[in-house]
Design a protein around this ligand. Structure first.
Ligand SMILES: Nc1ncnc2c1ncn2[C@@H]1O[C@H](COP(=O)(O)OP(=O)(O)OP(=O)(O)O)[C@@H](O)[C@H]1O
Length: 672
């Protein structure tokens, strides 16, 4: 199944196919798709043509079995497709796109209800159970139908309620503003963000701090190295100046590793401040309840005590987690969401950060204090690196969203490539990769096959540069590790990374890891890569509170004297040396998935582009991979596959982009 649909909802209405991308961890290759042996009728047909997995059918049947009277066939069909799109990250099913999502129009054997028939059947079903008590609503009415100007959206009750809750809290928070003294704010901004840029350039970092001071909910968006952490450290100092007391600030992130990195980065950027910096996972901040993964100690009845909650890597937050966090905030607590909305989103349903950055701003909204203290930035004529703030961006800023675009860590061709991928500009991408730049190369050992075939072992010579880079990477790590030089070994570790879309399969990280290990053995650097050795790169796959190491951390084994091996792991400015026995979940990492690499950067990356039929080959995947590189990018695969990926946007349907007054539930007796 290819799952292309036209993208009419993207930013600025960019056209281009979008794909119901399947998260890497649940991706199954077409040939491996399980057959639902007990399925019959339409669902069995949809399983046969690869639209539905056995698990989708199983979940649908469980829902139907739990609904008194069962579900009529068209509703059952819609529920099954809804299960499938939710598994791929959507919050709801956009019924206007049903045909495109199914993409089985060419298969005469599969006749399915169209969206009008589904809408009628779902409405009739909802009508048949309307008037029941709310306590029974979810069981009796597992589906919810919502009308928007762009068409009907079908939800499971659970995500409907969560989205409604997120929408309600965000709307209430945007109805008021913190009380601040404009003169005190202006002085604090001048102190923390002195004007150092070229005259006439807007300072979007200062603007972000002004937004955070004058708005309850702020989104600080930007790619890697655009100065988000720099801004966060200084905006906390600005908020502290606003009084009457020092702010109680919570720093958090969706994963332990992201939280630890945030704490280290903020500590580095706030050297002048005497504030102790600690960060935790969002789950920990909310207070986990044993045995309940989505219920927390802090909630609407027992809100968090903080004045400011700052979430980094917020693009990885699912709808469920965002809902729980928003419910647990006091209305008078500032929320600052920091992240890169163009990156791969959470593997669970929802991409709230990109919904918040992409939704249409209200052109009539005003924030008098913000507009007064930031008048110079809002009116600045701009330059090539910091363009002027136009009316749409102005409205977005007033709505609480600031986008940092100026790369402060890397620039040049890689930044241009990342930007072209983000915009879906295939001709620019093609021009850059064929432009003879040393920073960006495309390596296609198979020759550009029409099916975008992945590199294979057919032409080993074509990978000669790649092989040389990998051997140089490993040998530098080994040389430093053998003499116990942890800083140099870690520098070497982060010098290069092989990134793959898939974990398994012919273009997966496992296949490439085996290839690289063989290369190291063949070139005589390592006798046996299965035995721990000084210079072995490691990936941690579990959190360990005692050693303060996290799932996704990478390290390198070093000889700490007398042939005693220790694992060196970098955390901010510190290097930790840990006995390997304390890291039982560590595994050698010669290649890793792009999902895993989020939040890290390397000097050079080699990105293995998957084949055209991979449902995870998307713009977001390629953008995430390319932005991991500081100095060089090697793309391994065909031009066809690269451009097809750039042209596909992940389909993540959600109702959050639709304004409150245009989102209306259909067929319900009352909203819960
Ligand atoms: N206005 C500025 N003036 C000077 N240096 C800056 C400024 N903003 C950021 N930097 C520097 O640029 C580098 C990247 O900034 P920072 O780490 O804040 O980016 P980031 O967006 O948080 O990146 P990532 O998402 O990769 O963590 C840092 O070294 C930071 O000190």
């Amino acid at each position: 199944m290819t799952e292309h649909v036209r993208d009419s909802s993207g930013p600025a209405g960019q056209a281009g196919p979008i794909v119901a991308s399947t998260p890497e961890h649940v991706e199954r290759d077409r040939g491996d798709r399980q057959t639902a042996s007990t399925a019959t009728g339409l669902l069995a047909e949809l399983n046969r043509v690869g639209v539905l997995d056995a698990a989708d059918i199983h979940v649908t049947r469980t829902i139907a079995a739990g609904t008194p009277g069962g579900l009529p066939e068209p509703v059952m069909f819609a529920a099954a497709v809804l299960v499938r799109v939710v598994r791929a990250g959507s919050v709801c099913l956009d019924l206007a796109r049903l045909d495109e999502i199914l993409d089985i129009g060419a298969d005469p054997g599969v006749a399915h209800p169209d969206s009008a028939e589904v809408i009628t059947a779902v409405r009739a079903h909802i009508g048949s159970v309307a008037g029941q008590s709310d306590a029974d609503t979810a069981r009796l009415r597992p589906l919810r139908l919502v009308d928007t100007p762009a068409g009907e959206l079908l939800y499971f009750d659970r995500y409907f309620r969560q989205e409604l809750s997120v929408r309600t809290v965000l709307t209430a928070r945007s109805a008021g503003r913190p009380l601040v003294d404009p003169e005190v704010l202006r002085a604090a901004l001048d102190e923390q963000f002195p004007r150092t840029g070229a005259v006439g350039e807007p300072d979007r970092q200062r603007l972000a701090a002004a937004v955070a001071a004058t708005t309850w909910t702020t989104v600080l968006a930007g790619g890697p190295g655009t100065g988000k952490t720099f801004t966060v450290a200084r905006l906390v100092a600005v908020l502290d100046r606003l009084g009457p007391h020092r702010q109680r600030v919570a720093l958090c992130a969706p994963t332990g590793r992201a939280a630890a990195n945030l704490a280290a980065a903020v500590a580095r950027e706030s050297e002048a401040n005497d504030r102790p910096v600690a960060a935790s996972t969002i789950h920990r901040l909310l207070g986990t309840v044993p045995g309940a993964s989505n219920r927390f100690r802090h909630n609407a009845a027992n809100p968090l005590p903080h004045d400011v909650v700052i979430v980094d890597e917020a693009s990885m937050m699912s709808l469920t987690l965002m809902c729980r966090l928003l419910e647990a905030l006091r209305p008078s607590a500032r929320l600052i969401l920091v992240g890169d909305p163009d990156q791969l989103a959470s593997v669970d349903a929802g991409a709230v950060l990109s919904d918040m950055t992409d939704r249409e701003p209200d052109p009539h909204a005003h924030n008098e204090i913000l507009e007064a203290v930031s008048a110079e930035d809002l009116a600045a004529p701009g330059s090539a690196v910091e363009p002027a703030i136009g009316p749409v961006e102005h409205a977005r800023v007033v709505g609480g969203v600031v986008m940092l675009r100026r790369g402060r860590r890397f620039g040049g061709v890689i930044a241009e490539l990342a930007d072209a991928i983000r915009r879906g500009d295939t001709s620019r991408v093609a021009a850059i990769v064929t432009g003879g730049h040393s920073e960006v190369v495309l390596c296609d050992p198979d020759g550009a096959g029409p099916d975008g075939a992945r590199v294979g072992a057919e032409d080993p010579g074509a990978l000669a540069d790649f092989d040389a880079d990998v051997v140089a990477w490993a040998s530098a790590m080994i040389a430093s590790a053998r003499v116990g030089d942890a800083p140099a070994a870690l520098r070497a570790l982060n010098g290069h990374r092989v990134l793959c879309a898939h974990r398994d399969g012919p273009s997966g990280a496992s296949w490439w890891s085996r290839r690289i290990q063989q290369l190291l053995v063949d070139s005589g650097f390592v006798a046996d890569t299965r035995v721990p050795y000084a210079g072995q790169p490691l990936l941690l796959t579990a959190n360990d509170i005692r050693s303060a190491t996290f799932n996704g951390d990478t390290g390198v084994t070093i000889d700490s004297g007398d042939h005693r091996l220790r694992v060196a792991i970098e955390r901010g400015q510190d290097i930790r040396l840990i006995h390997p026995a304390r890291l039982p979940e560590a595994q050698p990492v010669y290649a890793m998935t792009i999902h895993r690499s989020q939040g890290s950067q390397y000097d050079g990356v080699s990105v293995v582009i998957p084949t055209l039929d991979s449902t995870i080959l998307t713009r977001e995947l390629l953008y995430t991979a390319v932005t991991r590189a500081r100095h060089s990018v090697r793309l391994i695969g065909s031009m066809d596959a690269l451009l097809a990926g750039v042209d596909r946007k992940v389909l993540r349907a959600s109702g959050l982009r639709t304004p409150q007054d245009q989102w209306r539930e259909l067929g319900a007796a009352s909203l819960p």
